[in-house]
Design a binder for this molecule. Structure first.
Ligand code: T4K
Length: 409
């Protein structure tokens, strides 16, 4: 354990970990099952285009999500695009800026205009009243993001969407296996979209899925994701290729087999983080609503600079020097990123405040109890001496810049 600032790697101490600890490290999977499925697909000589493993994966995801229809896709970004296109969305789409940039990019790629809206300061999810205020006569859809696996205020957003006749889609990239008001995520809005990227709690290497109870929308999405070859109605823009392949489905199925165990491990990790960081002034672990089902795939810690004197980015430097690859999910917020920053400048106070203080810490099956104790030891040490750590880090950076300049001249 590190006891004083000189023990921190950022100030010359030995790194706490020999190998990097990652936020999105895929856990070990049952290789026998995976290779058996892969071998079966090869023997079956059907590798993509709605193969049997993909269909089985769709059934299993639909079951977890409690949805009538599931269309597996090559990733969630394409899944979002398919839904928007199939639902005939036009003009402006209201969404949060506190999300991965895939959310607005998916919309903009279709020639639509993302309109960023502020969030609930407690959860970071869209605030329905802010959405209501952002509706214009060009608005045709809202995209809620179940941020860090917490469900949005689904009732509030469904009410706004109904009041204005808007399409409501949920970016559920983080939220497989989660419930809101006791109902599974996958059953809200017009459609919801999961991600099965390598860094997600269920992974298909790359993958996604659109789930919906709207049979017509599902049929449209299924058609569009395979070049619109079998679409019920002509599609002026044509379809695309957003299919999941059988190797991805083999991985997705094997990952789903382990889902329950992974959630248990993540839950235990979350509890250890809470115990280790509870009571540290100015440092808080995002509380999940434990009356609901959670997947615990992200551990989000917020650092209050006013209390600790510790800048969030300095904490990231401290952790990275220890080989703890913490991530600032999601900073900068999307409205501060191009192409959005210069096209539609907007001020979102709650989004900006949250985005400036949050850090995602490593969790998942490859992170042990002992790893977490040592990570939290570093966080506590840095927070207890936040002002000094920040000042020394800035001084160190300034010195490095001066030295580099001197070397160049
Ligand atoms: N909506 C939301 C709200 C999302 O968060 C995302 C994706 C999407 C939509 C779009 O879903 P997809 O179209 O991707 O299905 C990562 C992921 O690439 C991205 O999928 C994810 N969100 C986002 C939150 O995280 P980066 O830029 O942080 O990735 P990267 O390469 O820095 O990896 C993150 C950490 O994981 C690193 O520390 C390394 C580690 N890692 C990564 C990979 C790929 C591993 O240990 N093994 C791996 O195989 O975006």
């Amino acid at each position: 354990m590190k006891r004083s600032l000189k023990d921190l790697a950022v100030f010359g101490g030995r790194p706490g970990f020999l190998k990097p600890l990652h936020v999105g490290r895929p856990g070990p999977i049952d290789r026998d099952r995976f290779f058996d499925r892969l071998a079966w697909a090869l023997d079956n000589q059907w590798l993509t285009n709605g193969g049997p493993l993909t269909r089985e994966f769709e059934d299993r995801v639909a079951e977890v999500a409690g949805a009538r229809n599931c269309i597996a896709t090559c990733n969630a970004t394409c899944g979002l695009q398919l839904v928007m296109h199939a639902a005939g969305v036009t003009g402006e789409v209201i969404m949060p800026a506190l999300t991965f940039v895939a959310t607005p990019h998916a919309v903009r790629w279709l020639g639509l205009d993302p309109v960023f809206c502020d969030v609930d300061p407690a959860t970071g999810c869209l605030d329905p009243e802010q959405v209501r205020a952002a509706v214009t006569d060009r608005t045709s859809a809202v995209v809620g993001v179940h941020l860090w696996g917490q469900p949005c205020d689904v009732d509030g957003l469904e009410k706004v969407a109904a009041d204005y006749g808007l399409q409501l889609v949920f970016d559920a990239a983080h939220a497989i296996g989660v419930t809101a008001n006791g109902r599974p995520v996958g059953t809200f809005g017009d459609a919801e979209v999961f991600s099965f990227h390598a860094t997600k709690v269920v992974t298909a290497f790359e993958g996604g899925a659109v789930v919906t109870d709207d049979d017509g929308l599902a049929e449209m999405v299924r058609g569009l994701h395979n070049f619109a070859l079998a679409s019920p109605t002509p599609v002026p823009a044509g379809g695309t290729n957003a299919k999941m392949n059988e190797a991805a489905a083999a991985m997705g199925l094997t990952s789903l087999d382990a889902f329950g165990a992974v959630v248990e491990h993540n839950k235990s990790n979350y509890e250890i983080y809470r115990n280790e960081l509870g009571g540290v002034p100015g440092v808080g672990v995002l509380e999940l609503d434990e009356t609901e089902r959670n997947n615990f795939q992200y551990v989000i810690v917020s650092v209050d600079e006013a209390t600790t004197g510790l800048e969030r980015d300095v904490l990231l430097d401290v952790l990275h020097a220890e080989n703890v690859v913490a991530k600032p999910y999601f900073s900068p917020p999307c409205h501060h990123m191009e192409p959005y920053r210069s096209r539609s400048p907007v001020c979102l106070p709650y989004t900006e405040a949250l985005s400036a203080r949050v850090v995602a810490l490593p969790t998942g099956p490859s992170i042990s109890r002992e790893d977490i104790r040592r990570i939290c030891n570093v966080v506590r040490l840095a927070a207890a001496h936040g002002g000094e750590v920040t000042a020394r880090r800035h001084a160190g950076r300034a010195l490095a810049e001066r030295t580099a300049r001197a070397r160049r001249t």
